[in-house]
Design a protein around this ligand. Structure first.
Ligand SMILES: NC(=O)c1ccc[n+]([C@@H]2O[C@H](COP(=O)([O-])OP(=O)(O)OC[C@H]3O[C@@H](n4cnc5c(N)ncnc54)[C@H](O)[C@@H]3O)[C@@H](O)[C@H]2O)c1
Length: 385
């Protein structure tokens, strides 16, 4: 199988490594020569490091690197079987790239987009053969993250869906199937992890270190929301939140936070700028957590129940199966437990009670309980047997 990749940035280069490691010949193209050069050097460095660490022998690494062909355009993509696009997140540009690509590739070539937030259907809609267009959403860094969301557009043929999923499964990835809706599974269900933490901060319930501590030490997450937002970058995270909010026709559940917007405006982007919710300057002192058990338990419960509500609503609206929703969150963003499994452990009726208490207090649509949770609580049901 020959795989074409358009865009050699963080994602494109990572996907190229994955495909070449799976034994495919890979054509990696980027319009910017310096981006291509960086990708080439980065890939060589990563493969060298794998050899140094004993994770791979030298001939294997050389063979993987030798299977990747670097090029400045996709005019040689005529014999590819699958093309994954990983360029800038802009619908018009992606549509135009897909239209040009269609003139070059074979009729049976699958055209995939790695977009995080654009509608696959709208990309397919610009194509002459929309049935061969699909979303194949890798997570960053692609060689390390197991999860891949597979998103058929409404025009995608069953054959293209099955072939794409089987191909990615054969690359030793874990695939989940998601409906073409904003944020797919992970970027939709994870919103309250940031949004509710920010809301708690804005209300003055606790400082960032305390909220982070509650989420790591009480709820069991690998990283607290503010530490994670500082890693992702407050500019990037803010734009994703804003895109999801707009895509949901301003559903208050996804409303971005002024705190995050202000940080982005100030250039306090997180680790990459040296300052975000925390100060990363050498010798800087950051206020520590106030480990008050009652407050911290309440914080952890509130964020977790909002995440569960989001997961339940995604299931209610058939975005994905319950198994895929739980897999997506444990393998895509390393959550300590699947959220629906977590709901069973807490008790569905208990989740409804907590959500209703929040709703009663705030009278905001943001805290509305998913009809699925309410229906299940009434019938005394659980997500898993
Ligand atoms: N970075 C992430 O964490 C992440 C995760 C999942 C999905 N994505 C999605 O993957 C895509 C790429 O993201 P990224 O972070 O790798 O971006 P990036 O900016 O690192 O890389 C994009 C590359 O595409 C190149 N490019 C732009 N237009 C081109 C064109 N017409 N033809 C060929 N090359 C072109 C640019 O020169 C650049 O090198 C986006 O759609 C993004 O939403 C990103």
């Amino acid at each position: 199988m020959k795989v074409g990749i358009i865009g050699s940035g963080s994602m494109g280069a990572g996907i190229a490594q994955v495909a070449a490691t799976a034994g495919h010949e890979v054509y990696l193209c980027d319009t910017k020569p310096e981006a291509l050069k960086t990708a080439k050097e980065k890939l060589q460095k990563i493969l060298n490091r794998l050899v140094e660490k004993g994770r791979m022998d030298d001939p294997t690494a050389k063979a993987i690197f030798g299977r990747i062909y670097f090029m400045n355009d996709f005019k040689n993509f005529g014999d590819t079987d699958l093309v994954v696009e990983a360029i800038i997140e802009n619908l018009e540009i992606k549509q135009s790239v897909f239209q040009s690509l269609e003139k070059i590739v074979r009729k049976d070539c699958i055209l995939a987009s790695n977009t995080s937030s654009l509608s696959i259907t709208s990309i397919a809609g610009a194509c002459e053969h929309p049935e061969r267009v699909i979303g194949i959403h890798f997570f960053n860094p692609a060689p390390l993250m197991k999860l891949v969301e597979i998103i058929p557009a409404i025009q995608t043929s069953t054959e293209v869906l099955e072939k794409s999923r089987a191909t990615i499964d054969s690359w030793e990835k874990l695939t989940v199937l998601a409906k073409d809706t904003p944020g797919f599974i992970v970027n939709r269900v994870a919103r309250p992890f940031y949004g509710e933490a920010l809301r708690i901060l804005e209300e003055g319930v606790a400082n960032v270190a305390t909220i982070d501590w509650a989420m790591t030490d009480i709820a069991g997450f690998k990283m607290g929301p503010f530490t994670l937002m500082d890693y992702i970058g407050n500019d990037v995270n803010y734009v994703v939140t804003e895109t999801v909010f707009k895509s949901f026709y301003n559903d208050p559940r996804y409303k971005p936070s002024f705190t995050q917007q202000r940080l982005a405006q100030a250039g306090y982007l997180g680790r990459k700028s040296g300052k975000g919710y925390y100060d990363y300057a050498e010798g800087a002192t950051n206020p520590g957590p106030i480990k008050d058990e009652f407050t911290c338990q309440a914080i952890a419960d509130r964020i977790v129940v909002m995440l569960i509500n989001e997961a339940a609503d995604a299931l209610f609206l058939n975005v994905a199966s319950k198994e895929d929703i739980d897999t997506a969150m444990t393998k895509g963003v390393n959550y300590p437990k699947g959220l629906l499994k977590w709901a069973d452990q807490i008790g569905v009726a208990n989740c409804v009670k907590q959500l209703d208490e929040l709703y009663d207090l705030y009278r905001e649509d943001r805290y509305r309980c998913s009809p699925l949770l309410r229906r299940m609580a009434k019938a005394n049901q659980t997500f898993y047997a």
